[in-house]
Design a protein around this ligand. Structure first.
Ligand code: ZN
Length: 262
């Protein structure tokens, strides 16, 4: 993958000429100021891809420093981020609301929030679960770029980068920044985000029913090589009922669905 990115970069630099290279070098040391271009945030220092690449992969460009692709559709319900694809640095959803469900966190914190459509879907999911005797608790939803940066840097400091990368997302690459992901847990695992959650009634219920409300278990068991993440039975990602049901029925991750793997 690294080779592919490097090749792409060399091609782009060749196509864009020396002026582009100089601009990039300057931007590396400058503050990453963002500017609006149409509905898409383009950061300074991001090398833009050709039209063909844009259309294929919903990518606005590539950050030469981190070699990560920057997606051009952060507001889409189907936005696809992972360890190679990140959100624009300044991205923040403009329709964050607090779903009316049981939360583990105190009132007023960001992690209670989700985008409107995902929040409504989560309320329906919790309602249905409750009717069937399944007591879920929302643990962690929206997370800003800055918050993710702090978390990631702390994990790298404590565990080293290689180990941290197995469970912690680089800033900009977390689904929690999209406002479409919520970590959930239950009293049966002391409200922890733990793989043991999969063995509980609540975890099993989610595996069977999450898609009916438009959610998927984004990082399933046995797909670490594809998603780049360890099994996270607690991490729900909203994709809308149609796509979530398709992924559930075909046993696909987003990486497999879009056709490029970690
Ligand atoms: Zn999560």
């Amino acid at each position: 993958m690294k080779l592919l990115i490097t090749t792409t970069l060399i091609t782009l630099v060749f196509l864009n000429g020396c002026q582009q290279i100089q601009q990039d070098d300057t931007a590396k040391h400058a503050d990453m100021v963002s500017q609006k271009r149409g509905s898409v945030l383009i950061e300074k220092g991001i090398v833009e891809l050709s039209d063909e690449q844009d259309h294929d992969k919903n990518v606005a460009g590539i950050d030469p420093e981190t070699e990560l692709y920057v997606v051009d559709n952060p507001d889409s319900i189907e936005v696809y981020v992972n360890k190679q694809r990140r959100l624009p640095e300044g991205y923040e959803p403009d329709d964050l609301v607090e779903p009316d469900v049981e939360h583990l966190s105190q009132q007023g914190v960001n992690r209670r929030l989700l985008r409107q459509e995902a929040a409504e879907a989560l309320e329906l999911l919790f309602e249905q679960a409750d009717e069937q005797g399944i007591d879920l608790v929302a643990v962690s939803g929206y997370r800003s770029y800055e918050r993710q940066k702090t978390i990631y840097q702390s994990n790298v400091a404590n565990k080293g980068q290689e180990e941290a990368d197995r469970f912690s997302a680089q800033p900009g690459t977390s689904e929690h920044q999209t406002g479409l992901a919520m970590d959930v847990s239950a009293a049966s695992v002391s409200f922890l985000l733990d793989q043991a959650f999969d063995q509980t009634d609540e975890g099993s219920w989610l595996v069977e029913h999450a898609h009916q409300f438009g959610f998927v278990i984004r990082y399933p068991e046995g797909k670490t090589d594809i998603t780049g993440y360890e099994f996270e039975p607690w991490h729900l990602r909203y994709l809308g009922e149609e796509l979530a049901t398709h992924l559930y029925e075909e046993d696909l991750t987003l990486e497999e669905y879009f056709g490029y793997h970690y």
